[in-house]
Ligand binder design. Structure first.
Ligand SMILES: [Zn+2]
Length: 316
């Protein structure tokens, strides 16, 4: 049977429903919990988060993939309580957003140590929670090229993906030649990898999305909602129409390789965060925009239900 690990246990992939494949319950840089200026109480985070997940559920959303790695405020017992409260399946990740957010303990670890860490979190559980990760996060550090640590993390993730059947989700799809070489050396088929943030304003021009898809990789247009039209847009924002047109061009060529999400924070940790959109951008803006552009219901189902289910299914 096809299975996906959620924070409340494994479920059949057919039960995922509409998936937001790259989101955050709460993301913070390592050490943000020490910043007394911005830190929120658990009650404040909860109050900020529950209405967003409730709305997601009411819109017809089934599954929320939390792409918050080790060291960035991941809290799976908290996610489990949110999932039980709202009825939204939550998939947690193991791994790191990038080498530059791995604390020194992990930054100095060997490839095999990191692989064992990821495997433990996927097969036994995260810490002593017995809640299992359903996806492995890796990423490219700031600077545009994979660092030596990024490469070690990618290699460890490839080994953990092969041994557990859980897929890999990347932060940034730049320097994809280096990533694909590592996955190739480890023997990991590229349909087990979602190369994320192919659509953001900083990296879209440098991302070889069709080249990745032609090699079998999946491509994430997963920063929908970070628009230059926002009142105070982040540096990775992009004009709304430009991103949508980019996505429409891609799905015409590679509908099976495309995934979309909003990369929004329900309640950012330790800093005020970007204001302006939530995971529900998918229902309030993106799906209506796709329909207006003539995208049919069958393709919408493929993008938000079938493609993520195939990606997230544990494949041994
Ligand atoms: Zn993210």
């Amino acid at each position: 049977m096809s299975r996906v690990n959620t924070v409340l246990g494994a479920i059949p992939a057919e039960e995922l429903g509409i998936v937001a494949v790259h989101e955050h319950i709460g993301y913070g840089m390592p050490g943000s919990e020490l910043d007394s200026r911005w830190w929120k109480t658990p009650e404040e985070r909860y109050e900020e988060t529950v209405p967003k997940l409730r709305a997601f559920h009411e819109y017809g959303g089934g599954t929320f993939v939390d792409a918050t790695g080790i060291c960035n405020g991941r809290d799976v017992d908290y996610y489990a309580s949110l999932s039980a409260k709202t009825g939204v399946h939550i998939v947690a990740c193991t791994g790191f957003v990038g080498g530059d957010t791995a604390l020194p303990f992990f930054a100095r670890a060997s490839v095999e140590y990191l692989a064992q860490q990821f495997i433990h979190e996927i097969t036994v559980g995260i810490g002593d929670t017995r809640r299992r990760a359903g996806v492995i996060k890796v990423g490219v550090s700031r600077g545009g090229r994979m660092t030596d640590l990024d490469k070690r993390i990618y290699r460890a993730a490839a080994r953990a993906a092969l041994r557990t059947g859980v897929p890999i989700l990347t932060h940034l799809a730049i320097d994809a030649e280096t990533a694909i070489a590592i996955f190739g050396e480890e023997g990991l088929p590229l349909d087990r990898v979602l190369f994320g943030h192919a659509d953001d304003g900083v990296n879209a021009q440098k991302t070889r999305d069709t080249w990745i898809a032609e090699r079998g990789g999946r491509v994430g247009f997963d920063t929908f909602g970070y628009e230059t039209e926002l009142e105070d847009p982040p540096f990775w924002a992009r004009p709304r129409k430009e991103r949508l047109d980019h996505f429409l061009r891609f799905i015409e060529q590679h509908p099976d390789k495309a995934l979309a999400s909003a990369d929004a924070n329900c309640s950012p940790l330790g800093w005020p965060g970007v204001k302006g959109h939530t995971v529900n951008y998918i229902f309030e803006d993106l799906i209506p925009d796709l329909r207006s552009a003539g995208v049919g219901e069958a393709l919408i189902t493929r993008l938000f239900v079938d493609n993520p289910a195939d990606f997230l299914t544990i494949k041994n």
